[in-house]
Ligand binder design. Sequence first.
Ligand code: ATP
Ligand code: MG
Length: 429
Amino acid sequence: MEPLRAVKGMNDVLPDECAQWQRVEAAFRRASALYGFREVRTPIVEPTRLFVRAVGETTDIVEKEMYSFRHHDEDLTLRPEGTAGAARAYVEHGVHNAEPVTRWYYAGPMFRAEKPQRGRYRQFYQLGAEIYGDPGPGCDAEMIAMLVAFFEAIGVPDMEVLVNSIGSAEARPKFRDALLAFFEPKRAQLSEESQRRLATNPLRILDSKDPRDQAACEGAPQIADVMSDADKAHFDGLRRLLDALGVAHRVDPKLVRGLDYYTRTIFEIKGAKAKLGAGDTLCGGGRYDGMIADLGGPSVPALGFSAGLDRLVIAAEPAGAESVVDAFVAPLGEAALGSALELARELRSRGVATSADTRGASLKSLLRRANTLGARLVLILGEGEMSRGVVTLKDLAGHAQEEVPREGAAAIVADRLAASGAVRRGEPA
Ligand code: ATP
Ligand code: MG
């Protein structure tokens, strides 16, 4: 049989790399909890029409990136992003009846059929958060501040916060007309795709990565020209609050973002360009005040972001070498195996991550194995130790060695690891 391989654009994350993934996820959960967000878990498969409705018919995602399939009588899609599913759940469970403001976060895999490249995959992972019921701009500023704190905590270098406003739904048709008037005479200079966008969604031309489109966008009208006073006040408020919070940011009038649902505030944070190259957008988000009502829910304003975990793992400061266990139990000879396994169990019940040899090997090779696993302490159980009712305790860091009573060995090891500040695994951080 041909060797089996993972699906193109979908990656295995092996245990060596998982340490870094867990570190980034843990920092995200911590930042979310500090800001009062609670986790929501929604299905990976949703009705296709949810995304068509919420993400927008003329977006890259819906036009060409979705993994959609028919199962019995249902049109289903592997979720390409998290906001639509969370919004569906918010409406379905009538959450607005229970609380005026809701702060949710989520983490999990997303699926988009794009061309795989560094930091761009077909199964990828997003960390995201949503705020429902707060028209802002205070919560917009808090959300951005939380992201900056999270990125700082994991050591993302060269962070850049970009913000813009695309106005509310009323300003959109005016902006569209202004863009059409601007691009129509330049039609021939645009990419084929953007020529098509002239008819479907001219706003998306501003978001194009094609150099021809980017050149044609020089001098294009800006949303600020058609924004209402209320939209302007919202945006000014956001900028003032970001300043008050000390969040350095830059206004990027060309920022439009790829999803149709945004209103008013939109933002992106870039970072670690040296490691990520052009794909250095770590997260994107914005306000989507119309979506909840659009999905048949109440008229509740909302705001959210999603960050690419795959990219954050690359962008973050590398984690130090991870130790797999704190203690290693080394039985020498068959007769000691039972006692060794029992001792390992005692250690684990005291919260000490422990590995016990069950294959049989020389002391020298067992010590080498303990070292590879990153164990601090080795507990040796040979014939002599068994007959005297003791265990030889070897400190791999200090190279000291002593005999301790077999009965109290687990407690001594647990105390010693705690005193030296070694991590006790198996306990929540
Ligand atoms: P782009 O314009 O680069 O395609 P996007 O607008 O499609 O980005 P969003 O839908 O806003 O991206 O997703 C938020 C974040 O998720 C991105 O900033 C990025 O970090 C990450 N992301 C998006 N698509 C992928 C992917 N295919 N692989 C890995 N990460 C991704
Ligand atoms: Mg995309």
